[in-house]
Design a protein around this ligand. Structure first.
Ligand code: 13P
Length: 262
């Protein structure tokens, strides 16, 4: 299978995941990887790139034989069928994707995806052997109203309902107010939210599994704030939007991402 990699056991480590959103054609994706790869050779964090559907194949080909994993940003909850314009997990896999972002805030807020739909997508990704990264996060108004924890618990409980304990998945906490705004959560705010998410995972799966799930932080991550974020006890990596679009910026984030815990 083109560029597909066995993700093996994906317990907590250190991950830098880029989310290109709706940027970069197939040709631009190949050129990006050609520029990025020499700059991150031997880097400590595992590197993952969530790219547009039409760029998966060329990105996977360019990343073949490296430790960079290519993934998608969304998918259908159905295995196949008469769903015009949708894309199935198996199609993404065959193109070279090994993981998929699900429930990104732009999917929830711009495209109206509900916890129920996202849950069905999580189950479908697991069944079809794509690693799901479940994205969760509260809006500014819900945080100000004191409802952030309630929202996070609900997104986690509904998103992961019925997921077998032995499944491999990641959770990405991306406060909506920090996405694309330049307003990063402080390391303490991010750690508090991550610790809360880990407590919720413990309620769902028990202590052992909760301690193993990689939790990523996303929202205006840059090379000058990544180190402080990943120093936090419950932060196992970052999900990067805007700053992942330039190979030099993304490489700087990868190379500043060090796991010295505070
Ligand atoms: P920014 O890094 O541009 O804030 O985007 C974050 C994000 O949405 C990653 O999924």
């Amino acid at each position: 299978m083109l560029g597909s990699k066995n993700l093996g056991s994906m317990n907590r480590d250190l991950f830098v995941v880029g989310n290109w959103k709706m940027y970069k054609t197939a040709r631009e994706a190949a050129a990006y990887l050609e520029e990025l790869l020499p700059m991150v050779e031997g880097a400590r964090p595992k590197i993952m790139l969530a790219v547009p559907y039409t760029s998966i194949s060329s990105a996977a080909k360019a990343a073949k034989g490296t430790e960079v994993w290519i993934g998608a940003q969304n998918m259908s909850d159905a295995k196949e069928g008469a769903f015009t314009g949708e894309i199935a997990a198996l199609m993404l896999k065959e193109a070279g994707a090994s993981f998929v972002l699900l429930g990104h805030s732009e999917r929830r807020h711009t495209f109206g995806e509900t916890n129920e739909l996202i849950h069905r997508k999580v189950i479908r990704a697991l069944q079809d052997d794509l690693l799901p990264i479940l994205c969760i996060g509260e809006t500014a108004s819900l945080r100000e109203a004191g409802h952030a924890e309630q929202v996070l618990r609900e997104q986690l409980k509904k998103g992961l309902e019925g997921v077998p304990e032995e499944s491999q998945f990641f959770v990405a906490y991306e406060p909506v107010w920090a996405i694309g705004t330049g307003k990063t959560a402080t390391p303490k705010m991010a750690q508090d939210a991550h610790a809360f998410c880990r407590d919720c995972l413990e309620e769902i799966f028990g202590k052992k599994k909760a301690a193993q799930v990689p939790l990523l932080y996303g929202g205006s991550v840059k090379s000058d704030n990544v180190a402080e974020l990943v120093k936090q006890k419950d932060i196992d990596g970052v999900l990067v939007g805007g700053a992942s679009l330039e190979p030099t910026h993304f490489a700087a984030i990868v190379n500043h991402c060090k796991k010295e815990k505070s």
